[in-house]
Write a new protein. Structure first.
Length: 108
């Protein structure tokens, strides 16, 4: 394959070895996790910790939602509603835009 002028190939050996080390570390970590979970009591304790964490996250989310709901009502009341006066819009006043019909063959 012809190379362009002024272009050189750079070695990817370091990044390749890094990826290989990450894959080996992931396999070892998975193996250790499987081994640890086979020890009696470890799975139950991890499950109870996970349940506590998930429960705490759910409670925090509910409390945050309730606070936002309570704060939103006075903000809605203070903001009010904006309406336009002296203007009357009707669908009868609408006019078709020229050259934009979907029946026009050039638009298909």
């Amino acid at each position: 394959m012809a190379e362009a002028a002024g272009v050189r190939k750079k070695s990817t050996a370091k990044s390749g070895l890094g990826i290989l080390l990450i894959v080996v570390a992931a396999v070892i970590a998975i193996g250790l996790a499987i081994y640890a979970l086979t020890i009696p009591g470890v799975l139950e304790s991890l499950a109870s910790i996970a349940l506590l964490i998930v429960g705490a996250i759910v409670v925090i989310a509910i409390v945050a939602y309730a606070i936002m709901l309570i704060i939103a009502v006075p903000m809605y009341i203070a903001k009010g509603e904006q309406v336009q006066e002296g203007v009357d819009y009707s669908l009868d006043d609408m006019k078709p835009v020229e050259n934009s019909s979907s029946d026009d063959p050039k638009n298909n």
